[in-house]
Design a protein around this ligand. Sequence first.
Ligand code: ATR
Length: 485
Amino acid sequence: MICLTLTEKSIENNLLQYQKYNDLIDMVELRVDMLEGIVPVDSIIRFPDLCNKPVILTCRKVKDGGKYNLGERSRYNLLRKLIKGKFSYIDLEEEMGRNELEISVKQKGIEIIRSFHDFNGVPGDLFKRMHKISQQGEIPKAAVTPNSFADVARIFEGEQELKDIDKKILLGMGDYGVPTRILYKLTGSLLSFCSAPGTSQGASGHLTPELMKNLYKTDQISHETAIYGIIGNPVMHTASPAIHNPGFHKLGINAVYVPFLVDSVRSFFSFTEKIGIKGFSVTVPHKQNVLPYLGVISNEVKQIGSCNTVVQTRNLWKGINTDYYGFLYPIQEDLETGNIKRALVIGAGGAARSVVWALRNYGCSVTIVNRTYESALKLASKTGSTAIKIPELSVLSMEDSQNKPDLVVQTTTVGMDPNAGNDPAEEYIFSGDEIVYDLVYKPRMTRLINRASQAGCRIVYGYEMLYAQGLLQFKTFTGKDYPQS
Ligand code: ATR
C-alpha cells in the first residue's frame, strides 16, 4: 500500500492534500503533531469519516522526528481522546509502555503499529526488536538510517528474517533508503510512505505520490518484476528513471528501474544476487570500479576503460559503454561522410576519454585542451591525438590554422548547473563553420553553446547524447526498441 503522510498545519489543508492525491494512494497517515494553532479535537476525530481510505493516527514527539513537545502525559491524553475517531491504525512508539491506551485501542478495533526510529544507523538488533513487537500482536515498524549500501542490503534481508511476521513496516531513510521505499514489497513491508511535493516534513527520503504510483508503480512490484537501476554517488539527480520506467510501462514489461546510491561496488554486486537485479546503469564515480566484476566486456569498454551499462548474460555480467555510441549517434553521418575530419575536445576526464576514442575510431584527427595540461597530454599520447594549452585555443580558432576543427566537443562539467554561466574555452573564437557539441544537458543552453550559436554554428545538445545512450541502454536491458511517443 502507498501511504500519504499528511503534514499540513490544519485539518482542512490535510483534507485538501488527501483529495488531491486520492487516486494515487491507498491510505493516509495523519500527523497530528504537525497541526498548528488551536485545533478542535472533534475535527481530528471526524477526519477518518471524510476519507474513504484507511487512516493511521500518529502524534510524533520531537525525539522521534516529530513536532509534539507538550510532554508525554499530554500526548497520551490527546491520543486517548482521538481514538474515538474511526482510525484504522495508531502509531505508538516502542518505548511508550503498554497500558490502558492499548486496551482501549484494541477494543475499538484499531490496529497498533509499534514503531521505532534510528536517525543514525541500522541497529544491530533490528530484526530481534521487530520480532518482539510482533509477539505482542502489534505491527512492528522500523524506520532506520542506512549509511552505506551494505546497510541497505541488510534492510532487504528483512523479508527473509521476518518472513513469519505477516504485517510489518521496514523502511530506510535518506538517499540510501530510497530503494527500500520503492521496492518496499521486497523488504516484506506492508506499506511505504510518501509526501506531497514540497513537504519535507514527512521524513527524509519520501518520494512523491506521483513518483510512487506512476513512475515506479511501487504497488505492483513483486518477485516477478525485473529489477534494473542506476548506481552512482551521488545518484538522486539522475534523469534515467524517467526514461526507462515509462518505456517499460508502454511496452507492458513488468520491470522497474531504481536509483541506487552506492558507496561500495562490491556490496552492490553481492546484493544483485540476493535480489535478482538484471542490469544497471553506472555513473560517476563507479564507471571504472565495476570493471573487475565483469565477466565479459565489449571492445569499447576495453579501449576506454570505462563502463556505463552492465547487463546479465548467461550468468555473467557483461559491460558495455552506451555513452560511446550515444555520443556518436547525432554526428555519425558527418563522420561517415567526412564532414568531420578534425575535432577539438575540451576536457580530459572520463567523458573525454569516450569521446576521443569514438572520434579516433572514425579516423578523425583530435586536439585535446584541458585545464590540467598533463591530463590532456596523457590522453593524447594514449589515443594518438595532440594536446594543447588553453592560450593556444585562440590560434587554433584562426581561419588559416591548419588544425581548425570541424567539430568542437565540450566534455567538462564547466557550464553545468549549478555553475551555469562559465565557459571552459573562452579563448576559442567560433567562425560559425564548426559543429559544436556540449555534453552538458542542464542547462540546455550553456554559455559556450550561446557563443557558438550566435556565431552561426550547428549545435548538438547534451540531451541528444543523453537520450541516445539511454535508448541504447533500454535496448540492452530489454532487447526491445524504446517505444515511440
Ligand atoms: P567526467 O567523467 O564527467 O569527464 P572527470 O573524469 O572528473 O569527469 O573529468 C572532469 C573534467 O572536467 C576534467 O577534464 C577536468 O579538468 P582537470 O583535468 O583539470 O581536472 C574538467 N574540469 C572540472 N572542473 C573544471 C573547471 N572548474 N575548470 C576547467 N576544467 C574543469
